[in-house]
Design a protein around this ligand. Structure first.
Ligand code: NAP
Length: 241
C-alpha cells in the first residue's frame, strides 16, 4: 500500500507544492484546505498534472470541530497516516514591534501558527501511530530562530516581528518537546524552514520558488529510519534555534 500524507493549508503556495512533490514521490496525498472549493480546485489541478492519488479534506486548523471531523474522516479512509505536514500559517498584521504589537494580533498568530499545530498533531497522532515510519514536519521559519534574531551579523537581524517570530520560536519548542516524547518510537519530528518564498504570504516578495521551498519539507517528511528527529532544518542544513 502507498504511503499517505496530510498537509495543512495545501490548497496553494508552499503547501500545494509540497503535495505535488509528495505525489511525485509516490505518496497518496490529502490536501488540507479550510475552504472546500479551494481544496477541490487544488485537487483538480494536481489531477490535470497526472496525479491520481490525491483528495481534498476540509480542515480549518483553528477549529476543534473541523479538526476532529477531519481526523475521523481520514481514519475511515486510510489504515495509517505516514506523514503530517503542519504547513498552514499566517504572518499577522503590522506593525509588529515589541512596543506596539496588539494582543489581538498576537493571539491570532499564535492561534494558527502554534496552538493549532498542537491540536492538529494530537488529533492525528492515533492514525500516525499506526504507521511503521511516521514523520511530522512543522513548517517553521528562520525568523523564529532566537540565534538569528540575536545575531547582528544575521541577515534576519532586522526582521523583528513580535507575533510571527515568537510564534515560530514557540513552534520550534513544540517540535523538540514532541520529538523527545517520541524518541524511543519510530517517529521523526522536525521543524523545517522553507526560506523566504514568493507566495501570497508576503505579496510575492520572497526570492525563493515554491519548488525550492517545498524541497526541504519533503526531504524531512520522507526521511529514513536513520534520519534525524527534534531538529531544525533549512535547505542549507542545520538551522540555529
Ligand atoms: P500562503 O501563501 O499564505 O498560504 C498559507 C496556506 O495556509 C493557505 O493554504 C491558507 O489557506 C492556509 N491557512 C492559513 N490559515 C489557515 C487556517 N486557520 N486553517 C487552515 N488553513 C489555513 O503561505 P506560504 O508562504 O505558503 O506559507 C506556508 C508556511 O510556510 C507557513 O507556515 C509560513 O509561516 C511558512 N513560511 C513561509 C515563508 C515565505 O516566505 N512564504 C517563509 C518561512 C516560512 P487559505 O488559502 O484558505 O487562506
Amino acid at each position: 500500500m502507498k504511503k499517505t500524507a496530510l498537509i495543512t493549508g495545501a490548497n496553494k503556495s508552499i503547501g500545494f507544492e509540497t503535495a505535488r512533490q509528495l505525489l511525485a514521490a509516490g505518496y497518496k496525498v490529502f490536501i488540507g484546505s479550510r475552504d472546500a472549493v479551494k481544496g477541490e480546485t487544488a485537487v483538480n489541478e494536481l489531477k490535470a498534472a497526472g496525479f491520481d492519488d490525491v483528495e481534498a479534506i476540509v480542515l480549518e486548523v483553528t477549529d476543534a470541530g473541523s479538526i476532529s471531523y477531519a481526523a475521523e474522516e481520514l481514519s475511515g479512509k486510510i489504515p495509517h497516516l505516514d506523514v503530517l505536514v503542519n504547513n498552514a500559517g499566517i504572518p499577522g498584521t503590522y506593525p509588529q514591534d515589541g512596543s506596539n504589537v496588539t494582543q489581538e494580533n498576537l493571539k491570532a498568530v499564535f492561534e494558527t501558527n502554534f496552538f493549532a499545530v498542537i491540536a492538529v498533531t494530537q488529533a492525528f497522532l492515533p492514525l500516525l501511530r499506526k504507521s511503521d515510519a511516521p514523520r511530522i514536519v512543522n513548517v517553521s521559519s528562520d525568523l523564529g530562530s532566537l540565534g538569528f534574531n540575536a545575531d547582528p551579523q544575521s541577515r534576519h537581524y532586522e526582521v523583528k516581528l513580535a507575533a510571527y517570530n515568537s510564534s515560530k520560536a514557540a513552534l520550534n519548542m513544540y517540535s523538540v518537546v514532541l520529538a523527545y516524547e517520541l524518541r524511543d518510537t519510530c517517529f521523526k519530528v522536525n521543524s523545517v524552514n522553507p526560506g523566504y518564498t514568493a507566495t501570497d504570504f508576503n505579496n510575492h516578495t520572497g526570492y525563493k520558488t515554491v519548488e525550492a521551498a517545498a524541497a526541504p519539507i519533503v526531504k524531512y517528511a520522507t526521511t529514513g529510519d536513520d534520519g534525524p528527529t527534534g531538529k531544525f532544518f533549512s535547505d542549507y542544513g542545520d538551522t540555529p534555534w
